[in-house]
Ligand binder design. Sequence first.
Ligand SMILES: Nc1ncnc2c1ncn2[C@@H]1O[C@H](COP(=O)(O)OP(=O)(O)OP(=O)(O)O)[C@@H](O)[C@H]1O
Length: 313
Amino acid sequence: MVANLKNVIKRYGNDVVLDNISFEVYEGEVLGLLGPNGAGKTTTIKALIGLIGIDAGEIHLLGEKQNVNNIQLKQNIGLVTQEITVFDDLSAEENLKYFGGLYGIKGKELQKRVQEVLEFVGLLEYAKKSPRKFSGGMSRRLNIACALVHRPKFLIMDEPTVGIDPQSRNYILESVKRLAKEGTTILYTSHYMEEVQAISTRIIIMDQGNIIANGTLKELVQRIQHEEKINITVENPSEDLTERFQGIQGVKSVTNDGSEYVIISGAGYGNLNRVLSIAQEKGGVSNVSADKPTLEDVFLTLTGKKLRDGGDQ
Ligand SMILES: Nc1ncnc2c1ncn2[C@@H]1O[C@H](COP(=O)(O)OP(=O)(O)OP(=O)(O)O)[C@@H](O)[C@H]1O
């Protein structure tokens, strides 16, 4: 096992930010930690790597009890932070040499590793350039390279794709898959469902400081497969219509984005006809369908709300 958090509680003042959370990270997996802004993902990471203390519980990392002073432990971890932490005054190559140097890597070995990671993130031809001239995606890739130059066994990535173009995002997701193939264990936090769904071998969903689900995508989807999901596009969306849908017996959640409604009912209610007749009565239906549950549906069913997407994708 690479990491183990047991009954971890973290408070800021009166706010309980991590509310008795427990989970493990196993060797070789890509563990996706999914949750909306403020769920507690970054706090979990900070606690895991010993950047902040916890109020209760225990954390073990790479076989040792978490200890802020354990340098040896830090040598085996790579951290990609949400904020880009490269120096604009240094070239890409110099940045990597600096970060490698912090881990005691020197000389030819350092040179070799710098070339390796530059190639890995697709920045070899920009080695001598300053990140000041880089696009957001290129800076993010350099940021990731800086966390890889010491070849960590365990890589923690905190929302590494926020605010970048789709091409760079795909590049990063592919890199994560390649690293995992080469044996690196990865903890990847995101509030983008599709990313977590695409790269994770296991998924933990966090909301308001709690872990509300933990399993493979298949397991999570199976948990809600007994639910009935109706997607309906209506002619006249209104609060009244939402309330009418909510009032149908067995309906667990109703969400809408403009005229598109998603209505989830418990098993066996057979609510399609009721939904259709209410929508007809309230102005008509332009489309209706039912599809396979996705990670988004899992989140919706477990929390009763939509996972807010950052709006930058
Ligand atoms: N230093 C702090 N002092 C007080 N409250 C904090 C502090 N750090 C985080 N919080 C609060 O803890 C909660 C969890 O924050 P955290 O950053 O862990 O969430 P997150 O899931 O990583 O969200 P995001 O995607 O926005 O980074 C939030 O309500 C946040 O305001």
